[in-house]
Ligand binder design. Structure first.
Ligand SMILES: [Ca+2]
Ligand SMILES: [Ca+2]
Ligand SMILES: [Ca+2]
Length: 200
């Protein structure tokens, strides 16, 4: 196998190891009544700006997705049942969240994503039926903040199944390889080529 093939093989292996990490927060590992503060979900990759209260029960999901969310859901406890926002510990390129409630009010919500400069880079607005929640989805290259909020008039809502894809950063082994090992291999390759040419 030539050095070029070896280099390509190693690069493919290192790149494959840096796969995107998908995170799903369904609140089911917490107990009903538990209060989550800004640090409670940091190890999962997200920090809400507001405190959440976990409640049991289920949210009826959009009629196009028959079924119910898993047993626990959560809501804003600081501004009761109000708008929520937060930051990701790593940039993400996809966010979805189930939001709304089974109450008789229409929940007309918007999910917005923001980049590191605070610019809105994606949004999803849905008008829910009265008795179901909806799955809001956004995608953009590097979302670092999000908000799920009433689009026009104040209302109350719950959330469940916050899902996001963390964008992989170049791994340390990959950076070491590109910075130290690759130049040596390429230099050796050039010397071999020069030696082959001069011997012909
Ligand atoms: Ca749940
Ligand atoms: Ca409702
Ligand atoms: Ca509501």
């Amino acid at each position: 196998m030539s050095h070029t093939h070896i280099i390509l093989t190693i690069l493919v292996g290192l790149t494959a190891s840096a796969v995107k990490a998908a995170v799903v927060i369904d609140f089911d590992e917490f107990f009903a009544g538990q209060i989550l503060d800004q640090s409670s979900l940091l190890d999962r990759g997200v920090a809400f700006d507001q405190r959440l209260r976990v409640t049991d029960g289920t949210i009826p999901i959009d009629h196009t997705m028959p079924g119910y969310s898993s047993p626990n859901w959560a809501h804003n406890i600081d501004d009761l049942y109000g708008n929520l926002s937060g930051s990701f510990t790593l940039p993400v390129d996809y966010v979805s969240i189930l939001a709304g409630d089974g109450g008789g009010d229409a929940d007309f919500l918007v999910l917005r994503g923001f980049d590191a400069n605070g610019n809105e880079v994606a949004s999803s607005v849905l008008d829910s039926d009265e008795d179901v929640a909806r799955v809001y989805e956004i995608a953009a290259p590097a979302i670092v903040r999000f908000e799920i909020a009433n689009a026009f008039v104040p209302g109350s809502f719950h959330i469940d199944n916050l899902t996001f894809n963390q964008v992989p950063e170049p791994s340390t082994p990959l950076l070491l390889f590109l910075g130290c090992v690759l130049p040596v291999l390429l230099r050796r390759k050039r010397h071999e080529t020069a030696a082959t040419c001069s011997s012909q």
